[in-house]
Design a protein around this ligand. Structure first.
Ligand SMILES: Nc1nc(=O)c2c([nH]1)NC[C@@H]1CN(c3ccc(C(=O)N[C@@H](CCC(=O)O)C(=O)O)cc3)CN21
Ligand SMILES: CC(C)C(=O)C(=O)O
Ligand SMILES: [Mg+2]
Length: 255
């Protein structure tokens, strides 16, 4: 398992960082063995595998359960767990306690918070306690009811707010920053301005790394964002296997 310092060093050496989500042991094992640098137990689990409409209903208990499965399967990748909606930012005590559950009980190596002015102090507090923090700016899907899933940072004022919050979270000790669904030129500017690695999703090619949701990448998601890409057809593979099984049983060919 690399430390966050080793992740920072790999990025400083010019290696593009790769991050994918995983939510269970078998897929985490595949992602880990394939050489992905960081595994994110994303709260996208809510819509990607738990059948919710959004990430908002996901609980700390659900995150801890699935983070445990991923952490038990990952040997080489750094495991980052998303803090779910309303598990931080309410009071610093709640944020610290819930981050502690994901690291101490579930085995995550780091946590990710959807960042804002309210997470600067919490980021510093967690880092001081020994919990590495990944910041997340641009589209922050836990603010669905305020901004939908639209591209962020498209006005100069909004871009400036993202630049400033990125700097403040780096200063607070975040080891990395996810920048989601923002214009590529803004992502390039933020990447150039920060020392910590910036990992983009729907943020163009000029960040230090890329992240996507696993079910989007393998072709299993029922719907995916416009910036996602399919590198396989898992849905088709599963349909073929399940249909072949059903036919084999019905036809008397299996067992
Ligand atoms: N499977 C999956 N992949 C993801 O990348 C992902 C999740 N789930 N769940 C959490 C968030 C939600 N994400 C999304 C979801 C939809 C759009 C999207 O369709 N955007 C359109 C419409 C914007 C609007 O609602 O106005 C766009 O054109 O930007 C973007 C990001 C990214 N994250
Ligand atoms: C899309 C990534 C960055 C995320 O936060 C998630 O999967 O929950
Ligand atoms: Mg998330």
């Amino acid at each position: 398992m690399p430390t966050v310092q080793e992740i920072r060093q790999a990025s400083a050496d010019g290696e593009p960082l790769t991050m994918l989500t995983a939510y269970d042991a078998p897929t985490a094992g595949i992602v880990d063995a394939a050489g992905i640098d960081l595994i994110l137990v994303g709260d996208s689990m809510g819509n990607a595998v738990l059948g919710y409409d959004s990430t908002l209903p996901v609980t700390v208990e659900e995150m801890a359960s699935h983070t445990g499965a991923v952490a038990r399967a990952a040997e080489d990748a750094l495991v980052v767990a998303d803090m779910p909606f309303m598990s931080y930012g309410t009071t610093d005590g709640a944020g610290v306690e819930n981050a502690g559950r994901l690291v101490k009980d579930a085995g995550a190596n780091a946590v990710k918070l959807e960042s804002g002015p309210h997470t600067v102090a919490l980021t510093e507090r967690l880092v001081n306690l020994g919990i590495p923090v990944m910041a997340h700016l641009g589209l922050t899907p836990q603010r669905l009811n305020q901004v939908g899933y639209s591209r962020q940072g498209t006005t100069e004022a909004a871009a400036e707010e993202i630049r400033e919050l990125a700097e403040r979270h780096e200063a607070a000790g975040a080891f990395s920053l996810v920048l989601e669904h923002v214009p590529g030129d803004l992502a390039a500017e933020v990447t150039a301005a920060l020392d910590i690695p910036v990992i983009g999703i729907g943020a163009g090619p000029e960040t230090d790394g890329q992240v996507l949701v696993l079910t989007d990448v393998i072709g299993l998601s029922e719907s995916a964002p416009p910036f996602a890409a399919e590198f396989g057809d898992a849905r088709g593979e599963i349909e073929d296997a399940v249909t072949a099984y059903r036919e084999a049983v019905e036809d008397g060919d299996f067992p």
